[in-house]
Design a protein around this ligand. Sequence first.
Ligand code: SAM
Ligand code: SF4
Length: 402
Amino acid sequence: MPSALPEGDPAPADGSLPDAALDELGDAPVSLYLHVPFCATRCGYCDFNTYTAAELGSAPGASREAFLRSAREELALGARVLGERPVRTVFVGGGTPTLLAADELVGLLEAARAELPFADDAEVTTECNPESVDEAYLNALVAGGYNRISFGMQSARGHVLRVLERRHTPGRVADVVRWARSAGFGSISLDLIYGTPGESLDDWRASLESALANDPDHVSAYALIVEDGTRLAAQIRRGELLAPVDDDQADKYEIADRVLTGAGLGWYELSNWSRPGHECRHNLAYWHGDPWWGVGPGAHSHVAGVRWWNVKHPRSYASALSDGRSPAAAREVLDAETRRIERVLLESRLIDGLDVDVLTPTERARVADLAVQGLVILARNRLTLTLRGRLLADAVVRELLD
Ligand SMILES: C[S@@+](CC[C@H](N)C(=O)[O-])C[C@H]1O[C@@H](n2cnc3c(N)ncnc32)[C@H](O)[C@@H]1O
Ligand code: SF4
């Protein structure tokens, strides 16, 4: 079940932004997120805004064609609001973007490029489920302009994949990474999940080793979160599966950091490791508070302190756009203090750390104590989490803030 949207203020029907936000934006480049809200089946742990064919039924407005048409309309809206400016990064996520045919996924990119010019060095990523692509598909994506791909590997252990209700077999990832490499993707990333019920420390080490055997440029490793309303949450509630345990997840984080760093992939954000130069520029844009426009049902956007989010259901999304209205459900104009706190929350997750000048004098006074506790280090006026601090990141930031 997809999670609920936040509350907010009414969003203007023409999608316009306040003058102050446009002034602040100036001629800055933007990032684009494109949300493809379809999955073949829903994994038991997932509450992303995604729908299976059975959930969508055959009602008009919920088809792939309607989605592609509406996404084009929203891209045109984005170009009208933002004006001509380069796109630095594009990220197609989901859902399962690769449930679309390769020419549809390439067509989406062409529609974006027709509305907003891409920078010459634009990073163009798609998420990809290992079971939904073959070699020809991946070749077509590269020919169509994609240069980065992120595979949802999750685990190398069959019993873990079964608990997660993933449909691929462990060996599939080696095939798709080999094909992606020969297709010419400049960066290949693998997503892993740790802390699944029944996963031992050895299972997790095996998943990391197996991921590394494919020589990825980038690895994201996420602690399994038990989201309300998912089948996983219900199974845990009924006692059929054990809930993830914090200490076990902490041990697995430390193992991930050791194994990935040992293989030349350095951490650059709490859950992300890469070879130098292969950091995900799109995600860095989020963490740096840079402007991005999210296209698609339920997609979130942020431009210069204005945050908005689209209606979630593909049918409501399509109907807003076909009526000539913005699909935004609501928006928030953040005040200076909220933006400052967000900056602390986001930048402290990064290896480059947080500029301590963002902190108030009382907050700055707490830094020395956090450093003595071995949670942060302060160098060149920037505060960075230590490994211990990364394990307790939320608590460290809570402790720091007024
Ligand atoms: C939108 S999904 C990825 C794309 C693709 N549909 C897939 O699953 O392979 C992004 C990533 O979020 C992670 N993820 C999703 N739900 C999660 C949860 N409840 N806990 C931890 N990680 C989760 C998974 O690693 C997944 O690959
Ligand atoms: S394939 Fe990805 S987006 Fe779809 S249900 Fe599974 S985790 Fe969620």
